[in-house]
Every structure is written in C-alpha cells, then in structure tokens.
Design a protein around this ligand. Structure first.
Ligand SMILES: [Zn+2]
Length: 559
C-alpha cells in the first residue's frame, strides 16, 4: 500500500485540499498510526472514490468503482464471502485474459497466487477502496434471501397439507428470520399477531418494513421457541416478559433483547438486535470529523471531569459514549455503568441496569458504583437533581464521568444543569466537553448521482437565510448528491445512517459565561467564535462530500 508520506506529497501536488488541513490530517494519521487515506475520507476532505482513483494512478493499477459495475453471481462467488470480507477483495469480472479482482491492497500476492491456483486462470488485480468492498459484500446476501423465501414457502405448504403444528420446522424458521434480519442490517424484528395471520416486520435505518406474513398457527410456536431461547416462562401468556438471547452468526455473537407484550390478538414480540458489528463502531465510523476527534481525545484522556452527550431519543448519543468507553477500556482502569437499559454488553466493564421494581434508580446505582472504587463511570442519563448532584460530585473527586442529557444542542446542556439547581461554579469546574448529535440517513452508494446547482436554485428550494448562512457565497454553484432509488435501498435513495455533531469544549471564556449564568445563545456565540462547528455546519460538510442530502440535515437538526 501507499505510505502516508507519499500520499501526502501526491495530494499536495494535486492541490486538492487546503494545505494546513492536509498537514493536520497527516500529523493526526501519523500520531495515531492510521492510514492517511482513511483520515482524509473520514474527515470529508475528499471522497473515497476520488482518492482511490488518485492512488491507483500513482501505483500504476487501474481503479475500479465497484458501485458502478454489475457482477455476475457466478463470478462473485469465485471468492466466498468470508474470504472476500477478510481479505478485502471482490471478483467482479472475467474474460479471455483472466479474472478481474478488486483489491484494497493489490500488492497482496498471497491471495492472488491462491486464487490463480484455485481457478487455474490468471488474476488481474485492480485497486478499489474499503468502502467499495464493504458495499459490494452486500451482493452476497441474495443467497440467504432465497433460502428465507424457500423455508417460509416450505412451511406454508406443510401447514396447508394439514401437518400437525409440532411438525413445522420452527427452529429453522426462527433462526432464518434472525439471520435474515441480521444480513439486512435490521435493528429490530417485530412479530405482530393479527386476526388471521402474523406479520413480521424489520426496522432498518429507523424505518419499519413489512417483510412477510405467516399463517397464525406459526405465531404461537415462534413465541414458544423464542421464550425457550430467552429462558422465559412458556406458560405465561398474560403479562409482559423481558429476556435476552445470545445468537451466533458466522464468527459473530449477536445479543438479542427480547420483549414480549400481550395484546388483544395474542403475544407481540419485539427483538432488538445488538450486534458486535454495530458495537465495533469507532467515533470516526459514527461520523465525527477529525477536527472534533482531536478535541474529544484531549478531553477523554483527562483522568476526571465530565463528558456529556446530548440529543433526543434515538440520536445515537449513547453509542457515542460507548465508542469512548471502548477506547478507555483497558485492564488497569475500572469502568462501571448504570444504564436504562443496558444496550450492549462490554467485556471488562461492570454494567448495572436501572430497575424501578427494586428501587435501583440512576442515583441509587451511582451510589453503589462509587463504593467500588471506579475510575470511569457512565450514567445512562441525568434526569433529576439527585443524579446530577452525585454525578457532579464524582467528577469533582477524581472520576471521569460520562453521561447524556436530553437537550437539543450542546450549549443548552449548561443552563439545564442550572435548572436542576446545580451551582454554576460546580458546572464550570467539572464539565469538560459536550457533544450534541443527530442521525441522518446516508445516500445509497449503489444509486448515488450528483448535480451541479446554483445557490439561487438552492434558495428556491430551501430558506434563503439557511443557504446564505451555510454555503460559501463566493461560489456561485455547488455539487450536491442524492440517491435515484434502487433495489438495494428499497427505492428510497438512502442506506445506513451517520451522525452529525457539534462539539463544545468548555474553555476559560465559556467557563466565565457559566459562572455568570449566561443563557444558551450567549454560550453558543462564544463557542462558535472559538471554532465550534454546529450540527448544521457539520451536516452541510457531509452534504458537499456526498454523504447525505440537505433535506436530511434540515429534517434531523430541526427535530
Ligand atoms: Zn439505492
């Protein structure tokens, strides 16, 4: 692969990125032992495809954008999915000269030789990007989809033949539904009994989709099977039950939270899938820019103080705190959490779940954690004065405290503490940094198209004030992107989600404002003056990089 130094000089020659930002990205990459290419793409300084093209030219390989080619199933399956994933390669074409292999690292001769041996044909390496490979891996999914339909079909025809319910392949059906949901990156599975049938729905990227309906006879069997898997009472049908399943798919452990609620038509089940895949997310993956990463790193490296994440429910704020905990999770530090609910099990971290039945509140849990000599504490949410008091006290006495607040933006978190009757000097001396965030849908990479539009056109479509405020007026035109809609994204033009962030560092001037009981607007003005990018600004940056659309950013930030 190309070295950071060589890539930096290359990008510098082409003059694609402002010099100082390139240097900043380079030193960040060097310091953190990361590939510069990844840092440049993640901080939206250049698109993945564009950079791939540049590197390919430099290394003398042809660049292939897999998003733009159709791949024959037979060719794709020359390399099994697990291997494609591990080696970051995709076979995408075949002709008289040989088999075309897209590779993140075309210098990987081991894999080239292996495939030449296996296929008996020459392998022609092409350069591609990681993102391209990740997207292309989705094309393997078809196999499972076929199996899913077949099993369900088999089940229905058996039911029609009047087979006894006990003879239905119920274990296989339940497993297949879970696997299918996982492959489609669903976050939840709903099993909803209706009058005549039962409906199976998946939540993907925050939206519920009807997937298939099954005969009613299958429903009760599925419920029983799930209760057994979650070690719940199978003879209980009239009250709500909660449980957990650990399910193994490929090499991964999938934690599933099971919630069963009786409704008029029967028992309704919601399964929440908590995969290690989604747990692996780093702050970069979540969409934090390299600029904000530097600020965050400085603050979470401090041994005490408070880090807050704010946003409405479903804005991904807890996921951001998990990403930080993952970085801090080393054997020599003691990390404890009190959560409602515990969303992911993190190895090596003591996690306590709030339980109103036993009076285990955030405040009570926090007190019991403090008796166990922790270094780092995560409090799921600060909702009341009692919790705020203990959390602030802990941050004052040598603990690093991470928590969330239900406010719309970062500056508002500070007056929120005042409303909870916390003394200004306590807030000023404990809070280190505040992250605010929203989730926006990402443009589907399979059907993305771009268009050049003038700022005037944008003003016709959106509020003029917004356009004037967030787009550089010296540029008459900008290039923006959207998804046309395709089978991969279910014709929506979007696939996956990413965060837009604002990161407020509590600097000396901000501290003084807190002491003066300043309001959120005054704090925001000061923070922006010191270089804080607001969520909309971060969003517009992602719009110009082809990650999302203006519509999404406005929708999400106005929620
Ligand atoms: Zn699409």
């Amino acid at each position: 692969m190309i070295t950071n130094e060589r890539l930096k000089n290359l990008v510098k020659q082409l003059d694609l990125i402002p010099q100082e930002r390139l240097e900043a990205a380079f030193s960040f990459a060097e310091k953190n032992n990361k590939p510069l290419a990844g840092v440049l793409v993640e901080s939206d300084l250049i698109s993945d495809d564009h950079l791939g093209q540049i590197i390919a030219d430099e290394l003398g390989y042809e660049f292939i954008d897999l998003d733009k080619v159709t791949i024959d199933d037979e060719v794709l399956n020359l390399v099994p999915k697990v291997m494609a994933k591990a080696q970051k390669v995709i076979t995408f074409g075949r002709d008289q000269k040989g088999i075309k292999l897209a590779m993140v690292n075309p210098g990987n001769l081991t894999i080239i030789h292996l495939l030449e041996k296996k296929t008996g044909q020459p392998i022609i390496p092409y350069l591609t990007t990681r993102e391209n490979i990740t997207n292309a891996l989705a094309r393997y999914q078809k196999g499972i989809q076929k199996e899913f339909a077949e099993i369900i079909q088999e089940n229905i025809s058996q039911a029609k033949k009047g087979l006894r319910a006990e003879d239905l392949p119920i274990i296989k059906i339940v497993d297949t539904i879970i696997e299918y949901a996982y492959e489609n990156k669903a976050s939840d599975i709903h099993l909803e009994p209706r009058d005549e049938k039962t409906m199976i729905r998946f939540r993907i990227d925050g939206i519920l989709h009807d997937i298939i309906d099954l005969p009613k006879v299958v429903h009760d069997l599925m419920i029983t099977r799930l209760k057994i898997m979650a070690k719940l009472r199978t003879d209980e049908h009239r009250s709500a039950q909660d449980g957990k399943i650990r399910f193994k798919i490929e090499e991964e452990n999938l934690d599933i939270r099971v919630s069963i609620v009786p409704i008029v038509e029967g028992e309704k089940v919601v399964l929440r899938l908590l995969s290690e895949r989604s747990r692996q997310f780093s702050l970069e993956d979540l969409g934090v820019s390299s600029e904000d990463l530097v600020k965050l790193k400085k603050e979470y490296s401090k041994p005490y103080g408070m880090i807050l994440a704010t946003g409405p429910t479903g804005s991904g704020k807890t996921t951001s705190l998990y990403a930080i905990i993952k970085i801090l999770n080393r054997r020599e530090v003691n990390i404890s959490t009190i959560e409602d609910p515990v969303e992911y099990d993190i190895e090596g971290v003591n996690q306590i779940q709030v339980d109103p039945k036993t009076n285990l509140t955030f405040a009570a849990g926090l007190r019991s954690i403090l008796r166990q000599d922790p270094n780092i504490i995560m409090v799921g949410e600060i909702r009341d004065q009692e919790t705020a008091d203990i959390a602030i006290n802990s941050a004052m006495t040598g603990h690093l405290v991470l928590s969330t607040l239900h406010t719309n933006d970062a500056p508002t978190a500070l007056p929120r503490f005042l409303e909870m009757n916390i003394e200004p000097f306590l807030i000023a001396s404990t809070v280190n940094i505040i992250i605010a965030q929203r989730l926006v849908r990402k443009i589907c990479s399979q059907c993305i198209v771009s268009e050049q539009v003038s700022l005037e056109q944008l003003k016709n479509k959106f509020e003029s004030a917004t356009v004037e405020k967030y787009f550089d007026p010296s540029k008459k035109e900008v290039r923006i992107y959207h998804g046309k809609g395709c089978p991969v994204c279910g014709q929506t033009g979007y696939a996956g989600r990413i965060g837009v962030f604002e990161v407020l560092v509590i600097t000396e001037p901000v501290r003084e404002l807190i002491m003066k009981r300043a309001n959120a607007d005054q704090i925001r003005q000061q923070a922006v003056k010191e270089g804080m990018k607001t969520m909309i600004e971060d969003g517009i940056r992602k719009v110009l990089a082809g990650v999302t659309t203006i519509e999404e950013v406005l929708r999400a930030t106005r929620e």
